[in-house]
Structure formats: C-alpha cells, structure tokens
Design a binder for this molecule. Sequence first.
Ligand code: HEC
Length: 260
Amino acid sequence: MSSGPKRQSDFLLWKLPRGFFYVAILMTCVALIPPALIIRARSTPRDSRRIHLIQNMDNQPKYKGQQQNILFKDGRSMRQPVPGTVARDQMIGDTHFHLGTVDGAYSTTYPSQVSLDMDLLERGRERYMIYCLPCHGVTGEGDGLVHQRAMKLLNLSADINNGTTWVQPKNLHEEAIIDQPVGQIFYTISNGKNNMAGYASQIDVADRWAIVAYVQALQVAGDASDESVSGADSLPERRIKMEDDLEGADGGNDGEGGQS
Ligand code: HEC
C-alpha cells in the first residue's frame, strides 16, 4: 500500500484540515474590501469633499461672500464699509492737486503744493524724458521714436493692407493744446485721452504737475520769438524749418480723435 505512487493527499498541504482553506479564503476576501472601497471612492465623482486627514492650512474657518452669518442682525457675512470710508484712490478732498479740477472745471492755475521754480522744471524735464518723449518727441512735436517706428512699420506693410492704423501722438505745440488750462494737461497725463493711456499709476501726483510745467515750458520755448533767444540767428535750419511747418501744414498734426 505504501509502496505505490504518491497520491495527492500525500502532500503536506492537502493534509491540513479542510477548515483552514475556508478560513484562508474568507480572510483574503475580507482583506480585499478596504482597497476596493478606496478605489471606488477615488474613482467615483461626488459632491462632498474627499477625506483629507492632514489639513495643514487648507481649510480654515471663514465666511465666504454670500454665506449667512448669524453674528450680525441682517444675517449677512458681507459687510458694508463703515460710512465715510474713503479708499486710498478715492481721496478727492483736494481736487485741485489730485484731479486738476476746481469746482468741476479744469484748473487754470497750479495748486498751492506746487512751487514753480527751476527745480520743478528740472524734475519735469527728467520725467518728460522718461514717460512722454518716446511718443511726443524731445520738443513735444509728436515725432518721438515710437511714432517714427510706427510709421516705418506702416510703410513696410502698406502692400499687405491689413487695416492697421496709427494715431500720431499729439503735437503739444498745437494751438488747441497750448490753450488748454494746466488742469487739463494734468488730467490728460493722469487719465489719458482717446488713444493715449493714463499715467496715474506710474507717475505720482507731484511729478505729474512737474511734467505739466515742463510741457508749458516746451510750448513757450517752441513759440518764442527770435528776440527772446540770445544769438538766435546763429541757430541753423531748426527754427526756420519749424516756422515753415507751422505755416504750411497747420501744425503738422491731423488732429483726429475728436475733442471731448
Ligand atoms: C505711447 C505713446 C504716448 C505716450 C508715452 C504719451 N502720449 Fe500723450 N498722446 C499720445 C497720443 C497717441 C495722443 C493723441 C490721442 C488721441 O487724440 O487719440 C496723445 C495726446 C496727448 C495730449 C493731447 C490731449 C488732448 O487734449 O487732445 C497731451 C497734452 C499729451 N498727450 C501729453 C502727454 C504727456 C505729458 C505725456 C507724458 C506723461 C504723454 N502724453 C505720453 C501718445 C502718447
């Protein structure tokens, strides 16, 4: 009997009690439940937040815009600013200095904070060179490098004819600009005009007034008579050219873009 070939039941494993297999299968099945649940939770979309054991600072107690807040009588979590609150850029107590207006009209005078002297003009010249010259040009005739470059590009692409247009920076020596009250120049620098962007965010209030003063100085200089300039006759073509331009082409600027 024991000399025959080994039967299956001779292997050690098969000799274990039956119950052992049932328990092992059961335990394997039970052990698969948690991973199955995790996979399911990760793969099915749901509205509730997922379980987030280590919070760090991801979730903090706070009220959001339209949430209810029983702390206040009206039940809103969004509160009105305290009456009389003035945001920093709403500071309009002194409109003359900050907006260039007096009683709702452009001021014709400089505000008291600004003292018209050489220092102011120097500062204005420096700021003008940085912020205005690229478009309006050294003398304010609207012929800055940006303009020259734009004209070059326009000419280059003339045959493409893709509808590109260019508005020339204003010639600041135009009569309409010379006649503007100082407050209006200040306003233009602050808020821009038509195609020109405003510079309030880049140039602070006092510097904007300094630029206004320098623009006026440019205008005066551009309009100066020969007698007011010592040795004017020694100056070559420049003046003669300007005079020709002014006579010939009413200021050399198309004046498009509407005055408003
Ligand atoms: C990026 C180019 C550009 C820069 C920089 C620029 N301007 Fe202008 N400016 C223009 C253009 C373009 C116009 C004409 C706008 C229009 O009428 O569409 C203009 C118009 C003006 C006018 C006339 C506004 C009016 O009432 O018609 C004044 C004044 C002026 N600029 C002053 C300045 C001063 C001062 C600076 C520097 C702080 C400056 N600009 C910087 C492009 C520029």
